[in-house]
Design a protein around this ligand. Structure first.
Ligand SMILES: *Cc1c(COP(=O)(O)O)cnc(C)c1O
Length: 412
């Protein structure tokens, strides 16, 4: 594949065994990529190869299998770090975005957030970038405040500036909304927050899989993402910290491997990032994530982004002709990712998703782990279609036909 060539999604589908299965006798049209993505054979093979040829614990054994496993695990850390412009020593493997944010909430937050401090989040955060801060604020006597949104679903910049005047200790915000698709200018927002003296955390769960990301350029203190949303296995993700920051932090979980020495009454800690990887780590899935990174690297993230923007433009054009369908979030597709949340007349999102499932089409319906945002939108739920590299115009056509069919059943 040439670097300049557009992604051929139909051809790419051959790499994903699940996409050849039928659902209710129909071709699977998988449009729930914001929840989790499908896995290419290369990722599945990496897992099988690990368990069938060199399964062993890492960092402990001098035997051949142990060395091979350690090399693959650390190789994966290097690849994953480079993929987002970071150094391996600044990347901690975690279960996913949720665990990464909880790690920061405990290991950084306990020590650094004091009584009376302000933590700033936004109205478009996923619950995993809200609840850990609520809990930290409760424990340490801080308060959590939210940046509101403008009517088009972008951040209210004036409101953000107002909150920065309160000198927050931490600003936690998403790079890309899993509901509205809004892509935030995190480089600018982190620089503003930094100038106000805040530490910054960016939730990259919906950005790292879909566009080029360079944490150095963004300038965030913490950046979190999940493997399963970028073709990798579940149960693995990463927390990337600004250089030197992990060293200053207390451990998250404690036990084996994260220590240097253990005495009867105290212990000393291992070097970073191992200090944050207590116990036996998720070796197989970390290796699987490395294979996913290789797969995405071979395509090129600029092309992934271009492909999704083209698909988004096509979907906007097609869905505009469906009467009664309301799409949430920015109308300018350039400031969006490949996520379309919508409501269709007064058809309940769960009913719509059920009807679409009959057609083999998988979308998500519900609150998308963003209840404060649902309240702001003043809806109980939305339907959501989200794209990835294996989606093409035929998937959008199927979605539109399914919605029109539901419209007929519900007499819209
Ligand atoms: C999925 C998601 C998360 C949570 O990721 P997990 O993999 O479930 O930990 C956090 N933020 C956003 C924006 C997400 O889309």
């Amino acid at each position: 594949m040439l670097e300049s060539e557009a992604i051929n999604a139909e051809r790419m589908r051959a790499d994903f065994p699940i996409l050849s299965r039928k659902v209710h006798g129909k071709r699977l049209v998988y449009l729930d990529n914001a929840a989790t993505t499908q896995k290419p054979q290369a990722v599945i093979d990496a897992l099988v190869r690990f368990y069938s040829t060199y399964n062993s614990n890492v960092h402990r054994s001098v035997h051949t299998l142990g060395e091979e496993a350690t090399e693959a695990y650390e190789g994966s850390r290097k690849k994953t770090a480079e993929f987002v412009g970071a150094k391996p020593r600044d990347l901690v493997f975690v279960r996913g975005t949720t665990e990464a944010i909880n790690l920061v909430g405990s290991a950084w937050g306990e020590k650094n957030v004091k009584k009376g401090d302000v933590i700033v989040a936004t109205k478009m955060e996923h619950h995993s970038n809200i609840v850990p801060w609520q809990q930290l604020a409760k424990r340490n006597g801080a308060s959590l405040k939210y940046v509101g949104l403008d009517t088009d679903g972008t951040l209210d910049l004036a409101g953000f500036e107002d909150l920065l005047r309160e000198a927050p200790r931490l600003v936690a915000l998403t790079h890309c909304s899993n509901v509205l698709g809004t892509v935030n200018d995190v480089t600018k927002l982190c620089s503003m927050a930094k100038m106000a003296g805040a530490t910054t955390l960016v939730d990259g769960a919906q950005s790292v899989p879909h566009m080029p990301v360079d944490v150095e350029e963004i300038g965030s203190d913490f950046y979190a993402f999940s493997g399963h949303k970028m073709l990798g296995p579940t149960g693995i993700g990463a927390l990337v910290a600004r250089k030197g920051l992990l060293e200053e932090m207390d451990p998250f979980q404690t036990g084996g491997e994260m220590i240097r020495e253990v005495f009867d009454d105290h212990s000393t800690w291992n070097d970073v990032p191992y200090k944050f990887e207590a116990g036996t780590v998720n070796i197989a899935d970390a290796i699987g994530l490395g294979a996913a990174v290789d797969y995405l690297d071979a395509i090129g993230m600029e092309r992934v982004r271009d492909h999704e923007l083209r698909l988004l433009d096509y979907a906007f054009k097609e869905l505009a002709s469906v009467k009664g369908l309301k799409i949430y979030g920015p109308s300018d597709t350039r400031s969006r990712a490949g996520v379309i949340s919508f409501n269709y007349a007064d058809v309940h999102p769960h009913d719509l998703a059920t009807i679409l499932d009959e057609e083999g089409i998988a979308i998500r319906s519900g609150h998308h782990c963003a209840q404060p945002l649902m309240r702001w939108l003043d809806v109980p739920a939305t339907s959501r279609a989200s794209f990835y590299i294996y989606n093409a115009h035929d998937d959008v056509d199927a979605l539109k036909a399914g919605i029109v069919k539901a419209g007929g059943l519900f007499k819209v």
